[in-house]
Design a binder for this molecule. Structure first.
Ligand SMILES: Cc1cc2nc3c(=O)[nH]c(=O)nc-3n(C[C@H](O)[C@H](O)[C@H](O)COP(=O)(O)O)c2cc1C
Length: 174
């Protein structure tokens, strides 16, 4: 069964996870712009990874628009964000990205990435600056929010290859 791992990455975390998955699953790794030009009809499994953007998954629209053509294939989505694995925000955010009908067709996973301000485009940097400013200005800031502000104010990397294990289990033997 041919596996393709497609990724949409801004600063490299999602790309790294996609490469890890493709390598371990014996599949092909493609950037989203490249995948758009390819015929994926002979792939038995399609894995899509996108970075977390304000509670959504960047590039997910492309994947969802094609799900109807991919009946019978194993479909997996993974989201890579700055939130740690134990964040309570992850599950509700991922649930909001899919309808119940879509959720029956696709398995969804989360992998923690981090922040890399050195590689981040200016527009994203400005958005983050604004977000941090808004959080800081909140009157009744919770401890969790204070912690988050501290964490996302500079670059960090919490990615780990171990987080691909559940995805590999779903894909089955290479
Ligand atoms: C504008 C913006 C919005 C973001 N929103 C979220 C979010 O809602 N949840 C989250 O966990 N991380 C969020 N992040 C962090 C990125 O998803 C994180 O840095 C991720 O590792 C980037 O992956 P990439 O290196 O593949 O681009 C956001 C980052 C930016 C720049």
């Amino acid at each position: 069964m041919k596996t393709v791992v497609i990724y949409n990455s801004q600063t490299g975390f999602t790309r790294r996870y996609a490469q890890w998955i493709a390598e371990a699953a014996g599949g092909v790794c493609l950037e989203l712009s490249e995948a758009k030009r390819r015929d994926l009809s002979d792939c038995g499994a399609i894995v899509f990874g996108g970075w977390a953007r304000a509670g959504g998954i960047a590039g997910l629209g492309w994947f969802k628009a094609r799900m109807g053509q991919w009946e019978g294939k194993k479909l997996i989505v993974f989201c890579v964000g700055g939130s740690p694995m134990d964040s309570p925000d992850i599950e509700p955010a991922l649930n909001r990205c899919f309808t119940e009908a879509e959720r029956r067709k696709v398995d969804v996973f989360y992998c923690p990435g981090g922040f890399n301000y050195e590689k981040m485009p200016l527009a994203s940097k400005l958005m983050m600056k604004l977000f941090i400013k808004t959080l800081k200005a909140r009157k009744n800031q919770t401890e969790a929010e204070r912690e988050m502000v501290k964490m996302i104010s500079s670059s960090y990397d919490i990615s780990d290859k171990k987080y691909i294990e559940p995805i590999l289990s779903r894909l089955g033997p290479a």
